[in-house]
Structures are given as structure tokens and as C-alpha cells.
Design a protein around this ligand. Structure first.
Ligand SMILES: Nc1nc2c(ncn2[C@@H]2O[C@H](COP(=O)(O)OP(=O)(O)OP(=O)(O)O)[C@@H](O)[C@H]2O)c(=O)[nH]1
Ligand SMILES: [Mg+2]
Length: 340
């Protein structure tokens, strides 16, 4: 398997910050409430996740207890930090050591990442923030990317969340720069209790996916041909948003649409799918109609679901037919790794 289709991603951060919780929810379909039963991760738990177009994600969930962190950074340093595609570093927003020992370990990890990937010394640091998943693509080929999540934001009063994030960002940016770190530093707040987790991981996954921009142009074409208002593509296992296109004719109305709608759909459909599994009735597709719009969610390729939103002058059966007709084309794209 080529290194292009196999990507090593490190999940690091202090013990109890929520690394295994995120992994269980995103990749193992667990509910947020079930993560309360998780024990501390011993050493490293690595898992392989097969993705869209033959992409294999090697996810290393690194135990965050001090003794493990010390060993990751010393005796195991080359094993852990070599050939890393991305580092996702989780900070617990409620930790009393947020700006002391937590950041100290983070800076050490950046140092180890740089030491073990010497050719790519201009490593880019990037948060999982921003509006479009495709933006994660830009750092491709510039060395390991570092995503920083300020997690458990549900424990911070809502009115203080953005100022807390901004202060944290300023502090860590300053210290990373002082430690010789180059590149941008952006941060993003997450919580397992709302859609912010999906937003962040969609951006991480989009960064790992090759040629998202070409996929986007195919989706645009589909949107145009089917006279839809919006089209969203979800990865099948995680239900993370891979790409989306909104019709230019809807631009004005779309201003008022919920900015977090894709992530909310991810969360809701995942819960619904879990419910279906529990009653042994596998989820296949979903049609919803409101006074103005119709939405159809259906399988597009073996690895993806598509959500098509259209003005309700368009019959659901017409949307379903268009999806059926588009399947062979998108199936072919997926088969060639969506790389052209
Ligand atoms: N309130 C809140 N609790 C969370 C969140 N994410 C995780 N937790 C809780 O945090 C606890 C610890 O989570 P883990 O995922 O085991 O932590 P970890 O980072 O894997 O810890 P180590 O394996 O020891 O490194 C669990 O009880 C989770 O339910 C969150 O977003 N908000
Ligand atoms: Mg863990």
C-alpha cells in the first residue's frame, strides 16, 4: 500500500482529555454517554480504519498519563513520531494545568515531531477550525499537520467559550513561536455532547482525503443536473461530512440556514442508524418533506451517503432516481481513489 493511501495520525494529549472518547464516537459508533465507562489507555492503542477510495488511516491513540507521555517522548519517540501525517492534540478546557504542564507536553510533542520528520522542518500547524472541510487540504505535502482541539467545551459556560478559546490560542501561539515553531496556529473548541466534534473531525478527515476539490466539482455537476438546492456527501462509517455544495440560486436564503446543519445531520443520522441497528433493521435511506423543501438521504457509493435537498416542487422520487443514475459515476470515482 502506498504511503499516499496510508496515513498515520496521532491522537495525543493529557490523560482524561477525551482522546479515546472521540475515537469511540467517531469510529466505533458509540454514544457520548458510553464514554463515561472508558478506562485510561495503556501505552498506545492503534487502529486501522478503511476509508473512502482505499485510504487507510492508522490512528494511534496515545495514552496520556505522565509516565506514558514521558515514554512516548523518549524511548518510543522514533516509533511514535516518525512518518506522521497529522497530529491531533487534545487539550481539556477544564484542566487546571492547561497553560502549564499541558502546554509543556504539547511543545515537547511538537519538538519530537520535528526531530523525527527532519526533511519536513517547515511543519504546518493548523487547527480544525474554519467553515469548509476542503480547507484542510492546503497543507498537503508540507509535512505533518497539527490539529489542536480545545475539548470539553460543554463544561465552559457558553458566554465564556469564545474568549477562553481566544486566550488559549494567544498563549499557546506565543509559546510555540518562542520554542521555534513556524507556521500558523489556529484553534478549535469541541465537545462530545454536540456537533462541534463532527465539525472538527470532518476537517481532519477532509485533510486526509485526496483530491477533494475534484470531488466537489462532480458534486456541483450533480447539483446542477438535478436542480437541487444543496448536496452533501457523508463518509459511510463515521458519517462525517466529506464535501458539500449549495446552489448559487439559494445563496441569499442559505445565509439564514443553520451554519452547523451538516454536523447536526451527522449527529442525528448516526443516532438514528444506531437505533435501527438495535432493532435489527439496517438503515438504508431517509426522505423528509417540509412545506418548502424535500430532503433525501441515500447511499451513493459503497463508502458514501449523499443528502440531496431540493425545493419541494421536485418530487422525492425524482431525487431518488437522480441518485440512482449518479451511482455508477461516483462509484467509478471512488474505485480509482478519487485521485483524478
Ligand atoms: N464533559 C465532557 N466530558 C468528556 C468529553 N469528552 C470526553 N469526556 C469524558 O472524559 C473522560 C475521559 O475520557 P477518555 O476518552 O478516556 O480520556 P483519554 O484522553 O483517552 O485518557 P487516557 O486514555 O488516560 O489518555 C470520560 O469520562 C469521558 O466521558 C466532553 O467533550 N465533555
Ligand atoms: Mg484513552
Amino acid at each position: 500500500m502506498s504511503s499516499k493511501s496510508r496515513k498515520k495520525v496521532l491522537l495525543m494529549g493529557k490523560s482524561g482529555s477525551g482522546k479515546t472518547s472521540m475515537r469511540s464516537i467517531i469510529f466505533r459508533n458509540q454514544l457520548a454517554a458510553d464514554t463515561r465507562r472508558l478506562g485510561a489507555t495503556i501505552d498506545v492503542e492503534s487502529s486501522q480504519i478503511k476509508f473512502l477510495g482505499g485510504l487507510r488511516l492508522d490512528l494511534w491513540d496515545c495514552g496520556g498519563q505522565d509516565s506514558f507521555m514521558d515514554s512516548h517522548l523518549t524511548s518510543q519517540s522514533s516509533t511514535i513520531f516518525r512518518s506522521v501525517h497529522s497530529l491531533i492534540y487534545i487539550f481539556d478546557a477544564e484542566s487546571p494545568d492547561l497553560t502549564s504542564s499541558d502546554t509543556h507536553y504539547f511543545l515537547k510533542c511538537l519538538g519530537a515531531l520535528r526531530d523525527q520528520n527532519p526533511i519536513n522542518s517547515d511543519t504546518v500547524v493548523e487547527s480544525a477550525g474554519g467553515a469548509d472541510p476542503a480547507e484542510g487540504e492546503e497543507a498537503e505535502g508540507q509535512g505533518p499537520t497539527v490539529f489542536i482541539l480545545l475539548h470539553k467545551m460543554d463544561l465552559v459556560p457558553e458566554a465564556q467559550q469564545s474568549s477562553k478559546l481566544a486566550e488559549f490560542e494567544a498563549d499557546v501561539t506565543k509559546r510555540a513561536t518562542e520554542s521555534g515553531w513556524k507556521g500558523n496556529l489556529k484553534f478549535y473548541g469541541t465537545s462530545i455532547w454536540n456537533e462541534t466534534l463532527y465539525k472538527a473531525w470532518s476537517i481532519v478527515i477532509a485533510h486526509l482525503m485526496p483530491s477533494l476539490s475534484s470531488l466537489r466539482s462532480h458534486l456541483s455537476h450533480f447539483l446542477e443536473l438535478s436542480s437541487a438546492s444543496e448536496v452533501v456527501l457523508f463518509e459511510r462509517t463515521t458519517f462525517l461530512v466529506i464535501s458539500s455544495v449549495t446552489a448559487p440560486s439559494e445563496a441569499e436564503d442559505a445565509e439564514d440556514w443553520d451554519k452547523r446543519r451538516f454536523e447536526r445531520i451527522s449527529t442525528m443520522v448516526k443516532a438514528f442508524k444506531l437505533g435501527c441497528t438495535r432493532i435489527r433493521s439496517p438503515f438504508s435511506s431517509l426522505t423528509l418533506s417540509s412545506p418548502n423543501y424535500t430532503a433525501v438521504l441515500d447511499t451513493l457509493t459503497p463508502e458514501t451517503y449523499i443528502l440531496v435537498l431540493a425545493r419541494n416542487t421536485i418530487q422525492p422520487a425524482a431525487i431518488e432516481l437522480n441518485i440512482r443514475l449518479a451511482r455508477p459515476h461516483f462509484g467509478k470515482l471512488e474505485a480509482i481513489g478519487m485521485s483524478k
